[in-house]
Design a binder for this molecule. Structure first.
Ligand SMILES: Nc1nc2c(c(=O)[nH]1)N(C=O)[C@@H](CNc1ccc(C(=O)N[C@@H](CCC(=O)O)C(=O)O)cc1)CN2
Ligand SMILES: Nc1ncnc2c1ncn2[C@@H]1O[C@H](COP(=O)(O)OP(=O)(O)OP(=O)(O)O)[C@@H](O)[C@H]1O
Length: 180
């Protein structure tokens, strides 16, 4: 079931590249949350072309004096988050994402907010489906801070699926064009 949803949503997302202007209002809703406002250290990805653009969130966080950290994949399908600064060197992985090559990884308890990427999200219970690597499920299993995901309309699934025991739902799901 998760595999079928992943394939369907990825197919929809592949149809168009996402202009950040489409999501201005969604970003504003994120910036208005108390979790965002209180976070000093924010973990976010460098988005792929079909993903919701993350650059506006990175810029806003840096303007507000927050530390932005980005993931690097390491053996055993784990993630480590490194500061994104003008000194950060990035390299493209086989998977196609840009990852940091230098700096010092933070520990989980140093990160206040993780903006969780995903392919599909369940509207009702905030469960998520990623690319199938299990990186975020593994990381979030023992993450003590806050989690928020932003979703394009096409990524939201109305019908709950049966989650695997290791799946970790996000605490807040902000959906394009929806308030509340
Ligand atoms: N922009 C962005 N960055 C992100 C994620 C994301 O969803 N979006 N991730 C969210 O988790 C992590 C990377 N996710 C990955 C998910 C799957 C595979 C993967 O299937 N790798 C294959 C080899 C790929 C290839 O050779 O092309 C493998 O390990 O077998 C790799 C990374 C961290 N960075
Ligand atoms: N906490 C965990 N400990 C050990 N293995 C895990 C854990 N979480 C997930 N996995 C493994 O990761 C694999 C992929 O999981 P899943 O299909 O749910 O990935 P996903 O949610 O799509 O990916 P991601 O979390 O990277 O976005 C599963 O085979 C699972 O066994």
């Amino acid at each position: 079931m998760k595999t079928a949803i992943r394939t369907t949503v990825l197919h929809k997302l592949a149809q168009q590249a996402q202009p950040a202007s489409r999501f201005t209002e969604l970003y504003q809703r994120l910036f208005a949350t108390s979790v965002w406002q209180e976070a000093q250290v924010v973990a976010v990805t460098i988005s792929l072309p079909h993903e919701l653009p993350t650059q506006p969130m990175i810029s806003q966080a840096q303007r507000q004096g927050k530390l932005v950290v980005i993931p690097r994949t390491v053996p055993h399908r784990e993630l480590r988050f490194y500061p994104l600064t003008p000194k950060t060197c990035l390299a493209k992985t086989k998977f196609g994402v840009w990852e940091p090559q230098n700096g010092t990884a933070l520990t989980k308890d140093q990160i206040d907010l993780v903006l969780v990427p995903g392919v599909a999200f369940c509207r009702h219970n905030h469960h998520r489906i990623g690319y199938g690597g299990g990186f975020y499920d593994r990381f979030l299993a023992s993450f003590p801070g806050q989690t928020i995901a932003l979703a394009q309309r096409e990524q939201v699934v109305e019908q709950p699926w049966t989650p695997d025991p290791f799946d970790v739902p996000v605490q807040q799901l902000l959906v394009e064009d929806e308030h509340g």
